[in-house]
Design a protein around this ligand. Structure first.
Ligand code: NAD
Length: 479
């Protein structure tokens, strides 16, 4: 297990002398103690990335693409070992963590294919005698700060488009899940990347603040909570006005109409909802069900939630679907929400507490009709807790869904395509799933509105966010 910082293609101890201890959320054993970057370590990473930028930006698209494809192959080859490090650190079931590693490989290949397609534009004006040439250029040193729930996906969203566009990168994983990313460091070297193109600094919020306020960094892409996102934007604005992409929290709604394919919807709203123990930013944690079917729908959902417990267990074991939540702090946070809901007298249909004696397992929980102003209904819990309310009309459903400070995702379950399109047009969210939840896809933009942040990752939009246009006006001298 690598535990140091990965800067300039070398694993180096943190100059800060600080460390972070990683504990297994399943059996509470110490997994590892990793070096934690301080300000001077971040400065070292910026120096390495700045030096690398001078040549990387001019490296041919073919060579950038070759290295990215090579790294993709290595990530695929080592997916099981990489995934295990995530499982040990934050409890993601092996199959989910492995899927994350393969997704990273796909993103590397996808953006490798973009390196030679970064065309510009020409605006000829023969009358005026001026030809305006627009080209797209990399920004410089970019940085990413990530949450812990899907680290490989965040590496994919941030590093792959950035380096394809000719930027160099410094990535800080969450202090809860740095091990998989550090193991990638070795693969970066093996793939043949020049030193400094990709750097990994472990660390806490202190390293994150240093990245966000660093004068040598041109862009920061942040995935995490809304509170921290705000601090990142403030630091970015008060340093060098670096541009930000903010992928923040959510409290997304799923609307189930009475003409929905009920069994299919139940599957998405039970197993689909509980995927990764609902530590998923786009999870539809507010379920709005049409009153005509609400009672029977919710009774069936309860059965499915309870059945999932039979597949809870050691996340390292094949067949485990429901793992523990990431750590003690996350567990206590979720329990705090549940205790508060109990004090308020909110009806509990199922769950509501700890599952088992060992590991930070939370019972899949359904809260019925929480008041619209209750904390459980309004705030992101980031765990397996579903709030259910009923509605009568389509208009009421849309109003309820939009009554949130967030705007990341939404889902609509109905057999009526006209209604699906009408309602999805009314929902204030960056992504809407019809007859399914929102699953980010490599080809299309993903990101939020309102308190869920701004900027988009994936697809062409993700690539453009790492490029700046430059206009060169050329005056043809008259003969
Ligand atoms: P968090 O905000 O606590 O931490 C995220 C990252 O920010 C970590 O790497 C942390 O070290 C760093 N950090 C902490 N303080 C900082 C500071 N002052 N300045 C700079 N960086 C700092 O979030 P979390 O608990 O790790 O993750 C859960 C949150 O992430 C949830 O709100 C979830 O919805 C969100 N999330 C969003 C998306 C998305 O794409 N929109 C995806 C996954 C998770």
């Amino acid at each position: 297990m690598e535990t140091k910082l990965f800067i300039g293609n070398k694993f180096v101890p943190a100059r800060s002398g600080e460390t972070v201890t990683i504990k297994n959320p399943y059996d509470h054993s110490v997994v590892s103690t990793v070096h934690s970057a301080g300000a001077s370590d971040v400065d070292d990473a910026v120096s390495a990335a700045s030096a690398a930028f001078k040549t990387w930006r001019r490296t041919s698209p073919a060579e950038r693409s070759r290295l990215m494809n090579r790294l993709a192959d290595l990530v695929d080859e080592k997916a099981t070992a990489l995934a295990r490090l995530e499982t040990l650190a934050m409890g993601a079931p092996a199959v989910i963590a492995k899927h994350g590693a393969h997704t990273l490989a796909q993103y590397l290949r996808y953006y490798a294919g973009w390196t030679d397609k970064l065309a510009g534009e020409l605006f000829p004006d023969a009358d005026e005698g001026v030809y305006r040439l627009v080209s797209y250029e990399p920004l410089g040193v970019c940085a990413g700060i990530a949450a812990w729930n899907a680290t490989f996906l965040f590496v994919a969203w941030k590093i792959a488009p950035a380096i394809a566009a000719g930027n160099t990168f410094i990535f800080k994983a969450s202090e809860k899940s740095p091990l998989g990313v550090l193991a990638l460091g070795k693969l970066v070297v093996e793939a043949g990347f020049p030193p400094g193109v990709i750097n990994f600094v472990n660390g806490t919020g202190e390293a994150g603040q240093r990245l966000a306020s660093h004068l040598g960094i041109a862009k920061i892409s942040f995935t995490g909570s809304t509170e921290t996102g705000r601090l990142v934007q403030i630091a970015a604005a008060s340093s060098n006005l670096k541009r930000c992409t903010l992928e923040l929290g959510g409290k997304s709604a799923a609307i189930v109409f009475d003409d929905a394919y009920i069994d299919d919807a139940l599957g998405h709203l039970s197993d689909g909802f509980l995927f990764n123990t609902t530590q998923v930013c786009a999870a539809t944690t507010r379920l709005l069900v049409q009153d005509t079917i609400a009672d029977s729908f919710v009774t069936k959902l309860k059965d499915r939630f309870e059945a999932v417990l039979a597949r809870a267990g050691d996340p390292d074991a094949p067949g485990t679907f429901l793992g523990p939540v990431a750590d003690e702090a996350q567990f206590n946070r979720i329990m705090g929400f549940l205790e508060q809901a109990a004090k308020q007298g909110i009806q509990l249909l199922t769950g509501g507490g700890r599952h088992g004696e060992q590991g930070y397992f939370v019972q899949p929980t359904i809260l019925i009709d929480p008041p619209l102003d209750s904390v459980a209904y309004r705030e992101e819990i980031f765990g397996p807790v579903l709030c259910v309310r009923r509605f009568h009309t389509e208009e009421e459903a849309v109003d309820l869904a939009n009554d949130t400070t967030y705007g990341l995702a939404a889902a609509v379950y109905t057999a009526d395509i006209s209604r699906a399109l009408r309602v999805s047009g009314e929902l204030r969210a960056g992504s809407v799933g019809i007859n399914q939840g929102v699953v980010p896809d490599i080809r299309v933009p993903f990101g939020g509105l309102k308190g869920s942040g701004y900027g988009r990752e994936s697809g062409r939009a993700g690539l453009l966010s790492y490029l700046d246009s430059k206009t060169v006006s050329i005056r043809a001298i008259a003969r």
